[in-house]
Design a protein around this ligand. Sequence first.
Ligand SMILES: CC(=O)SCCNC(=O)CCNC(=O)[C@H](O)C(C)(C)COP(=O)(O)OP(=O)(O)OC[C@H]1O[C@@H](n2cnc3c(N)ncnc32)[C@H](O)[C@@H]1OP(=O)(O)O
Ligand SMILES: CC(C)C(=O)C(=O)O
Length: 347
Amino acid sequence: MIARKLADLGVDVIEAGFPASSEGEFIATKKIFEEVGDQVEVIGLSRSNKNDIDKTISTGISSIHLFIATSELHMKYKLKMTKEEVLNKIYESVKYAKDHGMIVEFSPEDATRTEEDFLFTAIRTAIEAGAERINIPDTVGTMHPFKYYDMIKKIVNFVGERIIVSVHCHNDFGLATANSLAGVYAGAKQAHVTVNGIGERAGNASLEEVVMGIKKLLNYETNVKTWKLYEVSRFVAEMTGVPVPYFKAIVGDNAFGHESGIHVHGVIENPFTYEPISPEEVGNFRRLALGKHSGIHGLKKLLEEQGIYLSEDKLKIVLAEIKKLAESGNKVTVEDAKNIALKLMNS
Ligand SMILES: CC(=O)SCCNC(=O)CCNC(=O)[C@H](O)C(C)(C)COP(=O)(O)OP(=O)(O)OC[C@H]1O[C@@H](n2cnc3c(N)ncnc32)[C@H](O)[C@@H]1OP(=O)(O)O
Ligand SMILES: CC(C)C(=O)C(=O)O
């Protein structure tokens, strides 16, 4: 169901699963390919070994994302392999997948903590074996945008026009979106993202933020129908049981929420004063709230929407009541404002 939503949203690629990791992932990847493979590229994640590759191929998909770690830390403690062994694995696995007709994306896992010379050797090895996409994972989110920009720029120049460079950013320092945008600005043509930024630890770069950043901040185009972002976000939240944070950019319930009087006044006059994106553009909604920060303009508008028209003096009285209510720890609703106004009108 999520894959259908993503295909409809207009993403270019869905990484459907890791077929060798379980029967469920195998079936899901196969089914997703059968359901939406005619609309969107479906790719499967795989370690750099024959067993995982064979399993991925047997789902019927024709794109594979191969990865193996290249940092000293991961090679020594996790893989227990030498550099030479890792390079051999890269060459053999990419070549094997290519010989089976796959489109190959290769990731040097933990790329951003990999010694530079070795990283370039690993990338060159993957390309020589036939990889057509190189993904540069910031596996534990330790880059910052300036550094990641420089790194991606160098890699884009190194691999040339024929190879697509991709970015994959984790959010351990809250920089996944910023780093993804820095990578795209440096020439990456693909970004790995997840709906609502869900993922291991602090999560991955969020689809909604990266898409809107590319569109509005970099002024590049994607194929994503941005007005469906909110709907997809909520669908994934419901299916996963992982709620969307209230203050989440783009798709959070408060992403277009305004309470402060000065802001609400600005938005009433011209929404662009306090909304860099219009809520409709991402399928979200504007929410004007009442509270201790409210001002006359916003209160007037909310009451008039309820059919209540008060003089300036009366509005001031209602506003004072609202602030008092809010400051005593209550959440103030439009209904509260309406009741206060009606009481005043009848007194
Ligand atoms: C940064 C990332 O996101 S990487 C992708 C993360 N995703 C996953 O891990 C998918 C879910 N994983 C799983 O279901 C399981 O971990 C499996 C099926 C992949 C492997 O399970 P197990 O065989 O029980 O091994 P386990 O997970 O404990 O250890 C991983 C093994 O893979 C090896 N390995 C890790 N990465 C790679 C790689 N890219 N290429 C080859 N081997 C690798 C490790 O060295 C270790 O090998 P060992 O068993 O010989 O010591
Ligand atoms: C497999 C790779 C791309 C990964 O998920 C990571 O390094 O974070």
